[in-house]
Design a binder for this molecule. Structure first.
Ligand SMILES: [Cu+2]
Length: 170
């Protein structure tokens, strides 16, 4: 039996409607994802450890360590230490000299001891001028194998204002 023309029209309208509502529904499901993707490109991403390996929130600085050389049996190691503004700069610079004195301490947490002192000095260019925000740490010697912490400290007088560490296994 053929359905009356009105019923057939209604049926095709209804199926068209359900098709469109399916599309709309799909769009609604996808839209938060799209919106999220858009938000990610606009909003600066939260700082990860890779962006800010050493974080000094009070000073508003980040820092990173780059090894010149690791210690050998005969010689201690050395590294460059670079500071930058946590909000406006990246690990590629521009680098910023902290307002406080910079120190390096080596600690072996499992045994509660340190190692011989590390010399941390602001890097000098060939003409003798100081390089902004870049330090050279020398005499970096871990006295035994195992897990160590390299603590970078910002100090005033004899007090540590702020410190951050990177872990290393020797
Ligand atoms: Cu030890």
């Amino acid at each position: 039996m053929r359905l009356p023309i009105k019923t057939r029209l209604f049926k095709s309208f209804a199926s068209a409607l359900s098709f469109f509502s399916f599309l709309i529904l799909t769009a609604c499901i996808e839209s938060p994802i799209l919106h999220h993707a858009d938000a990610d490109t606009v909003t600066p991403q939260a700082q990860t450890e890779a962006d800010c390996p050493l974080h000094f929130p009070t000073a508003g600085l980040c820092a990173s360590i780059t090894w010149d050389q690791m210690q050998t049996e005969d010689e201690p190691g050395s590294f460059k230490l670079k500071f930058w503004d946590a909000k406006t700069a990246t690990s590629d610079g521009p680098y910023l000299t902290p307002e406080n004195a910079v120190f390096t301490r080596l600690m072996m947490p499992s045994m509660g001891h340190g190692s011989s002192p590390v010399k941390t000095e602001q890097l000098q260019a060939a003409d003798g001028s100081l390089v902004a925000g870049v330090y050279h740490a020398t005499g970096v010697y871990f006295s035994m194998p195992g897990h160590w912490e390299i603590w970078i400290q910002l100090r005033r007088d004899r007090g540590v204002l702020e410190q951050a560490k990177v872990d290393i296994t020797i």
